[in-house]
Design a protein around this ligand. Structure first.
Ligand code: CUA
Length: 322
């Protein structure tokens, strides 16, 4: 079991008050703005409602020698007011949150992709330099995209210091982007109940101060090494029969070549089309009959691969972009 990681002094310098973790990514500020806005709106309304309750309790308390009172049944001005103000508040909250969310998911393109595999009850991070680890390693100022999948049940990767959280779903890839702003070590939690040891599914993200520090970590050969994803991909390609129908250099064979395939828009025999991305490649391996590329026959058998083998094939297709 990974011990609960401790915060580092530098991280504490960017503390976001006594109730929130340190802010260690570019998304932390905007997320906290939305959080604080909702919090203070709720606090203000709580105070208002409590004060009015108290006032009415006193004003309309039971008194002797007092007959029935004429009470108004309708007040248009008041009704417009209590509809209008919340409406404006909801739009302001929505606008601020949507802007932060879009920047998080669609903003600046990532400079690096890291493959994440979750299973009961551990994490595995395949870094692009061919380095596998049960810890995530990133660099300050480098925007990262995690491409994530789960081997068994739903998990959710949650980094409170970065204010990001995303589910990992068996059978497909989900993505999460962030840009660390401060060196340090921050906890990673699983935020989706996944069985007995869910609460122990902990690890950490190490944010290196610069590329040199990161390169030093990569070079530590004795540390948690595994076969790089690209080599896993080549092995699968050669041993599971991919090579007999799919070339890597553009040579025509029974199936589409992998060369230049990544990011291309493929047209299918049923008239539909799709961009070649992680989920497309995954489906093409597991259920090849689902989408037949125009001009090719439906001859490929379904090929069951495990998560790392699938990720390896995807790396291989990416590596022969053009
Ligand atoms: Cu994995 Cu909870």
């Amino acid at each position: 079991m990974t011990p609960i990681p401790s915060f580092q002094p530098l991280a504490l310098a960017a503390a976001a008050g006594p109730f929130l973790p340190p802010r260690a990514s570019t998304d932390a500020g905007p997320v906290d703005t939305v959080f604080n806005m909702i919090f203070w709106i709720c606090a203000a309304f709580l105070a208002l409602i409590l004060a009015l309750t108290l006032r009415f309790v006193l004003k309309y308390r039971r008194r002797r020698f007092r007959g029935a009172e004429e009470t108004p049944t309708h007040n248009t001005k008041l009704e417009l007011l209590w509809t209008g103000i919340p409406l404006v508040l909801v739009f302001v909250i929505y606008g601020t949150a949507a802007a932060a969310y879009l920047d998080m998911t669609e903003g600046r393109a990532p400079q690096k992709q890291i493959q994440v595999t979750a299973r009961k009850w551990s994490w595995w991070f395949d870094h692009p330099e061919g380095k596998g680890s049960n810890e995530l390693h990133v660099v300050v100022g480098q925007r990262v995209e995690l491409v994530m999948s789960a081997e068994d049940v739903l998990h959710s990767l949650y980094i409170p210091a970065f204010r990001v959280k995303q589910d990992l779903v068996p059978g497909r890839y989900t993505k999460l982007r962030f840009e660390p702003t401060m060196p340090g070590t921050y906890p990673i939690y699983c935020a989706e109940y996944c069985g007995e040891n869910h609460s122990r599914m902990l690890t950490q993200v190490v944010v290196h101060a610069d590329q040199a520090a990161y390169a030093k970590w990569v070079a530590q050969s004795a540390y948690e090494d595994s076969m790089p994803l690209i080599d896993v991909g080549k092995q699968v390609y050669e041993t599971r029969g991919c090579l007999s129908c799919h070339s890597l250099d553009g040579t025509p064979r029974a199936g589409p070549t992998f060369k230049g395939l990544w990011g291309k828009t493929e047209s299918f025999t049923d008239g539909s089309s799709a961009t070649v991305d992680e989920n497309y490649v995954r489906q093409s391996v597991i259920e090849p009959q689902a989408k037949i590329v125009s001009g090719f026959g439906a001859v490929m058998p379904p090929t069951p691969l495990d998560e790392r083998e699938l990720a390896g094939i995807i790396e291989l297709v990416k590596s022969v972009k053009d």
